[in-house]
Design a protein around this ligand. Structure first.
Ligand code: NDP
Ligand code: 8X3
Length: 251
């Protein structure tokens, strides 16, 4: 029987690449996102290209009621979730503490921290009942080191780091693995979202070096997910070769 993976934020970037990687290995995929057209297009591609079953669920991870309604509505056939990838998230703005927008801070905290908690709490019963599962949380180099004008975004990713450590302790008794992945700069839609559609500012982030690509992270998640049952990679910081940490690049 095919295994099942649930990936949040699969309409682009890491989430979409992770869905493609696991579908290619015959995993059935539950994929989520807010942009319905995009999500359904990804679902169709996965079905056609890899012949797997795909369940697209449209919801905003910030909306607690919508998260629980969607995940509680999953039919019996889809409840054997082996892997949860908490990937949905975003940065909004890169402004000094005094200039940053409170609305941007709210959105980042509600998506990256509260959204991750809601989805995890909703999916968890499907794993604890079977004493089996693997949760991946998408952190960032920003989880390990705060950078200038990163304020609330860095804080949300440090929270993801803390939540991952705490999950690992609490879920030990259920045989559930928890892996936090902390990528550096990767050329997804991340910077276009962060700079609110400013293509020049977004492009500047990736100039003068080769950043990570979404498929690099997908390959790493797949590697971690397919290790023997008794082996768990807990915490992984991954940068392109030109990046040392959240601050230092060789361009
Ligand atoms: P993308 O912008 O390409 O993808 C983000 C995904 O998250 C989209 O599918 C988006 O879907 C989804 N998403 C965002 N907000 C919400 C929400 N409120 N509810 C539901 N889905 C949401 O960026 P990445 O692939 O780069 O980002 C994925 C994760 O990786 C994020 O958590 C990001 O912080 C993290 N990260 C990114 C790095 C980078 O340099 N790219 C480096 C380190 C970490 P939709 O808009 O359809 O809802
Ligand atoms: C995304 C990478 O360096 O912009 O988390 O924080 S960075």
């Amino acid at each position: 029987m095919n295994k099942t993976i649930l990936i949040t934020g699969a309409t682009s970037g890491f989430g979409k690449a992770i869905a493609e990687k696991f579908a290619a290995a015959s995993y059935n995929c539950i994929i989520t996102g807010r942009r319905q057209d995009r999500l359904y297009a990804v679902a169709d591609d996965l079905r056609k290209q890899y012949g797997v079953d795909v369940l697209p669920l449209v919801f905003d991870v910030q909306d607690r009621a919508a998260v629980f309604a969607a995940i509680n509505s999953i039919s019996d056939a889809w409840q054997n979730i082996d892997i949860l990838v908490n990937n949905a998230g975003l940065a909004l703005g890169r402004d000094s503490f005094e200039n940053a927008s409170l609305d941007d801070w709210d959105t980042m905290i509600d998506s990256n921290v509260k959204g991750l908690l809601y989805v995890s709490k909703a999916v968890l019963p499907y794993m604890t009942d079977r004493k089996h599962g693997h949760i991946f949380n998408m952190g960032s180099v920003a989880a390990k080191q705060v950078y200038k004008d990163g304020n609330a975004y860095c804080a949300t990713k440090q929270a993801v780091d803390a939540i991952s450590q705490s999950m690992r302790i609490d879920l030990l008794q259920h045989g559930i693995k928890v892996t936090a992945i902390h990528p550096g700069a990767a050329d997804t839609e991340f910077s276009m979202v962060r700079f609110k559609g400013d293509e020049t500012k977004a492009a500047q982030i990736y100039q003068g070096y080769e950043p990570l690509h979404a498929h690099d992270i997908a390959d790493i998640v797949f590697y971690c997910a397919t290790l023997p049952t008794h082996v768990c990679i807990n915490d992984l910081v991954v940068t392109c070769t030109a990046q040392a940490n959240g601050i230092y690049f060789h361009k």
